[in-house]
Design a protein around this ligand. Structure first.
Ligand SMILES: C[S@@+](CC[C@H](N)C(=O)[O-])C[C@H]1O[C@@H](n2cnc3c(N)ncnc32)[C@H](O)[C@@H]1O
Length: 279
């Protein structure tokens, strides 16, 4: 039997809402909005997507052993966006890769890339996966899901009994750039109120977002603690969990500082009741 969660979902949600109320910005109103406009007119900051250029993101995050782990398997890439990692997985020996994301335009781009890469016969991009898989891979997505606990349940439904979930995501909310594009300077997303940020963002963005959670792709203000609690309440347990430190803050990282000093969370989760021999 799966271990029963100590708290129910609504208790966790309530305590998380309270946590957010305590931490969401202190410069708001017209002053906050005007300051943001002055600091970063017409665009968000922190939009550097070059970190993995010319390298395999999966290999950087999980090491070269990842290919052995995925070889011959049916793999689900949850939150696959443009399909780059799904294609990488297919090229490196997976039997089949299913990429799931929310947007049809994104999925169409991923499909086209798979065709260009010559792996379209092993790739499927869809917004609704149904097939059982051996491994779920999910990269930089847990801090974006509107309902992360629900997504973990969905991953569980799509996973064979002895399957595993490989997740790596970040920056988490208290990281200096945890607000993603909204972190126009370190921790700006914690300095300004959500209302002030959204008012500023609404001026140049075609999105009609009034909350972080409403921007395209979502942003759920995930913390390491919240993620641990979501997994603790699920049918899964961590086989491994690492809060990988920001390199320059490595010496400062400990249990108390980790929310502020962690670059990414990397973990492998398996079902609580899965027989050890079958993994
Ligand atoms: C930051 S991107 C990461 C993309 C890719 N995995 C990578 O590592 O580059 C997060 C992706 O998660 C997707 N996403 C958010 N919520 C989702 C959901 N409920 N189901 C599927 N995908 C979702 C977003 O659309 C977005 O493409």
């Amino acid at each position: 039997m799966a271990k029963q969660p100590e708290q129910n979902n609504s208790q966790v949600r309530k305590s998380y809402q309270w946590e957010l109320k305590r931490t969401l910005g202190f410069i708001g109103g017209t002053i906050g909005y005007r300051l943001l406009r002055r600091l970063s007119p017409g665009s968000t900051g922190n939009n550097d997507y070059t970190a993995y250029e010319g390298r395999s993101k999966l290999e950087v995050l999980f090491g070269p052993g990842i290919w052995k782990e995925l070889a011959g398997k049916v793999v689900l890439d949850f939150g696959c966006e443009g399909g780059f990692e799904a294609i990488d997985i297919a090229k490196n020996g997976a039997k089949k890769v299913i990429g799931v994301d929310l947007y049809e335009d994104t999925l169409a781009g991923a499909q086209r890339r798979a065709e260009e890469a010559g792996v379209a016969d092993r790739c499927l991009f869809t917004s609704k996966a149904g097939e059982k898989v051996d491994v779920v891979v999910t990269l930089d997505a847990f801090e974006h899901f509107a309902d992360p606990a629900g997504m973990l349940r969905l991953m569980g439904n799509l996973l064979k009994d002895n399957g595993s979930i490989l997740a790596c995501f970040g920056p988490t909310w208290y990281h200096p750039l945890g607000g993603h594009g909204f972190s126009i300077f370190p921790w700006a997303h914690l300095v300004f109120t959500e209302n002030a940020i959204m008012r500023w963002y609404g001026e140049f963005s075609p999105e009609k977002a009034t909350k972080f959670s409403e921007v395209r792709g979502g942003l759920n203000q995930m913390t390491i603690r919240r993620f641990e609690r979501i997994v603790a309440m699920s049918d899964f347990r961590f086989e491994s969990l690492e809060a990988v430190p920001i390199r320059k803050l490595e010496l400062m990282q400990n249990r108390l500082t980790r929310e502020f000093t962690t670059a990414v969370v990397r973990c492998k989760s398996v079902r609580r009741e899965a027989p050890a021999a079958s993994r």
